[in-house]
Write a protein that binds this ligand. Structure first.
Ligand SMILES: Nc1ncnc2c1ncn2[C@@H]1O[C@H](COP(=O)(O)OP(=O)(O)O)[C@@H](O)[C@H]1O
Ligand SMILES: [Mg+2]
Length: 389
């Protein structure tokens, strides 16, 4: 067998860590970057510069790749359909990428009997207001396309804020749902081969501040029966949409049971712990899945694993303090070589431990040693200005 060539569209930290995993398997990675300073350009086998929004670029990039996959889902699914029509192997497919549209996702899940919050898809303030009047205020409105890390998620206290937001969004589609009392936010990372076999990782608890994930703990400290149901639900989602490679399913644990919040058809922040904390990392299992190779063991290698994100502050680049962070016992530091920007994910730290608190303490200590405050700087995410608090 010759070494397969995996093309990755996008060159952020996910492509960076996927190409790191590819090195040990002698898989060749070819990355489509926007800029030579993108995080994955340092770790991939080769990179090309181009705009993934142009079909010609995608078409020539995919030539010579055994399979094409993605660092992010901001690629037009219609262009992916066209590549597939040319016989190119693209995983996830255009059909799966369409689920990155939160409105499409919600409507499809509801139709397939997958539990989701009450919702309406709206383009006008009047539609938002009538949902709020029926279900109660505040409501949460989310742009269907293009939001991430809480950007694009808005808490609306009443009709005035609905008017302001919808005016600003100029008829963009939003998903509107009740502001839920969430007991825990969890994620199930699933890996699926193109031929259908599927494995899943232990359930992760994710903690958000201002809509952005700041830390994860595995296994989640939830009722084992709830964990089993979450796992079954995530696997059902993966089968139902025909996911290939990694699929992360975010769920809310509420008084009323489990609901699916959203999915990400790619390696995910809630799976970064798997690099040191599982027998096989999500990045390696993504490669195995899209290449239709046997999937690796997803078991934990320690009783508990914690990952804390390194979020940018305006004051300095965390790399300045790297030696101090490396001095923290048991902490494994990952920096993505990204330019510093406030609130931006610049890296993460993972630590294992005999129990969650110990793992978390170790990981947090290393992040603090990098000079990064443990909660991200305020991005003015309050319901007053219409953004999630
Ligand atoms: N209906 C809701 N009620 C309460 N909090 C929510 C609701 N929807 C989202 N959130 C919070 O906002 C975060 C980001 O929302 P999400 O829909 O996952 O968008 P993103 O694509 O930015 O991750 C969630 O992780 C959760 O903490
Ligand atoms: Mg999310």
């Amino acid at each position: 067998m010759t070494a397969p060539v995996v093309g990755i569209v996008g060159a952020g930290q996910l492509a960076r860590m996927t190409s790191q995993a590819a090195i040990s398997l002698a898989v060749v990675t070819r990355v489509l970057a926007r800029d030579p300073s993108d995080p994955a350009c340092l770790t991939c086998t080769t990179f090309e510069i181009g705009d993934p929004g142009e079909f010609e670029t995608l078409e020539s990039f995919s030539r010579g790749c055994d399979v094409v996959t993605f660092d992010h889902e901001q690629v037009d699914p219609a262009l992916v359909d066209e590549l597939e029509a040319l016989g190119r192997q693209v995983h996830p497919s255009g059909r799966v990428l369409r689920f990155s549209d939160k409105a499409h996702q919600r409507a499809e899940f509801a139709a397939r009997g997958i539990p989701v919050p009450e919702f309406v898809i709206a383009t006008t303030a009047a539609e938002v207001v009538s949902f709020g009047d029926v279900h109660g205020w505040p409501v949460v409105a989310k742009v269907a396309v293009g939001g991430y890390d809480g950007r694009g998620v808005f808490v609306l206290d009443g009709p005035d804020q609905a008017e302001t937001l919808m005016g600003r969004l100029e008829a963009r589609r939003v998903v509107v749902e009740p502001m839920l009392a969430i007991e825990a936010e969890i994620s199930v990372v699933v890996a699926r081969r193109t031929s259908g076999a599927c494995v899943s990782y232990p359930v992760v608890e994710t903690r958000q501040v201002d809509g952005i994930c700041v830390e994860t703990i595995t296994p989640a400290s939830i009722d084992p029966e709830v964990a089993d149901r979450a796992t079954a639900l995530a696997r059902r989602v993966a089968e139902s949409i025909g996911a290939t490679g990694i699929l992360a399913v975010e769920l809310f644990v509420t008084d009323d049971g489990l609901v699916v919040n959203e999915l990400a058809p790619r390696p995910h922040n809630s799976g970064h712990w798997t690099i040191e904390g599982a027998v096989t990392s999500q990045f390696e299992n993504h490669l195995r899945g899209v290449l239709d190779w046997p999937l690796g063991d997803t078991s934990l290698v320690a009783p508990a694993v914690a990952t804390v994100n390194v979020l940018g502050t305006n004051s300095h680049d965390p790399i300045q303090h790297l030696p101090a962070a490396l001095a923290v016992e048991g902490a494994r530091v990952h920096l993505y070589a990204k330019a510093v920007r406030e609130g931006r994910k610049l890296g993460h730290v993972t630590a294992t431990g005999p129990e969650p608190e110990v793992a978390l303490r170790r990981a947090r200590a290393a992040v603090e040693a990098l000079g990064v405050p443990l909660t991200p700087p305020s991005k003015a995410l309050t319901s007053k200005n219409g953004v999630l608090s």
